[in-house]
Design a protein around this ligand. Sequence first.
Ligand code: AP5
Ligand code: MG
Ligand code: ZN
Length: 218
Amino acid sequence: MYIILLGAPGAGKGTQAAIISDKINLEHVATGDLFRQALEQGTGLGNKARSFMDKGLLVPDEITIELVLGKLSSAEGGRFVLDGFPRNLKQAKALDEALAKQSRDIDKVVYIMVPEDVLLKRLAGRWICRSCQAPYHSVDSPPKVEGRCDRCGGELYQRPDDTVETARKRLEVYFAETAPLIDYYARTGKLVEIDGEGGVDEVSQRILVALSQESRAE
Ligand code: AP5
Ligand code: MG
Ligand code: ZN
């Protein structure tokens, strides 16, 4: 089972991927998280990715595609929720080809829709866990203990690319490069549009209902 979560920076991809991967037993693969982990570990991949991430630009396709396809082929279960990949048409086509070689296919693409002013507020208030990457929000979903992750007790920090200036750049890149994927997947009949406003649990519920309806219809 392959689910893709599509949406702008701050739409709630990471938040919802963590919830639905627990509920329906999928592996959560988030390219942004993989790059940030590599950065924390000081690996070559992290260093290559840093300069692009700090500017709000996409990391080059060669690096990103190899990273994700390696991850998908090495895992055993074959059940994934992809968060932050694909991010442009080249990545989407590379994923299609790789899955076709394994006689697999994407089941659903969940497009989480959130207005731009809400996105910017969410990014400005976000804190994430240094160990497990779980996202929190200072107002909308604060941790139980200030500065500490509810899931693993890790330290919370603000992403360097969540400044107003870099967040705006990321949105610009999203509209130019990633938003065309909405049409790309709509043409395959796999796109489901989800209202991403409202509480975290409300949005999860909408996604889970959409996924179960689809699988019943098939
Ligand atoms: P990435 O880490 O993927 O960042 P992004 O796409 O900009 O998305 P975000 O993580 O900012 O948003 P999200 O949708 O996950 O929102 P979240 O759930 O945290 O990518 C970072 C960088 O890595 C890129 O700029 C690029 O350089 C590189 N990169 C990554 N993938 C790449 C690729 N495929 N190709 C090339 N480069 C790549 O929620 C946001 C906030 O809102 C949180 O504080 C959360 O608590 C809060 N929140 C969530 N839901 C709700 C709700 N319903 N109500 C209220 N608050 C909510
Ligand atoms: Mg995220
Ligand atoms: Zn944590």
